[in-house]
Design a binder for this molecule. Sequence first.
Ligand SMILES: [Zn+2]
Length: 145
Amino acid sequence: KFVDSAIRALVAEMADIMYAAHGVGLAAPQVGRSLRLLVYDAGGGLQALINPQVSKEKGEQYEPEEGCLSIPGLRGVVRRPSQIYVHALTANGHPVRFKARDFEARIICHEVDHLNGILFTDRADPKTLHMLTPEEQAAEREPTP
Ligand SMILES: [Zn+2]
């Protein structure tokens, strides 16, 4: 079976890393694994997607500013679709198809970009990229993908 216990163990490990870092998303390449796997939590609990495909994008959104667990402290404005359709496999190997909007759509787009070797800095409006100060980083509790 394609999705085995090793994948489920990796999902659990990635979720631990993500939550410990106050993140809202993490892609397998960020933990050194070349797998098309991502985890995220847009506020509704942990989700894991294997081989996610995004299609039928519509609308656009510019907020909140994006950051990345792989580039601590950096923020910038990234245009993302406000609605996407996703199809993927769950960590249990079940095919799923769903519509994601707003913050959830932003997170999924950010993490799917990681699977394709693209960082948010590649898409951000360059003049909006900025580093948080150490004080801002310490105070920061806002989740970042
Ligand atoms: Zn990231």
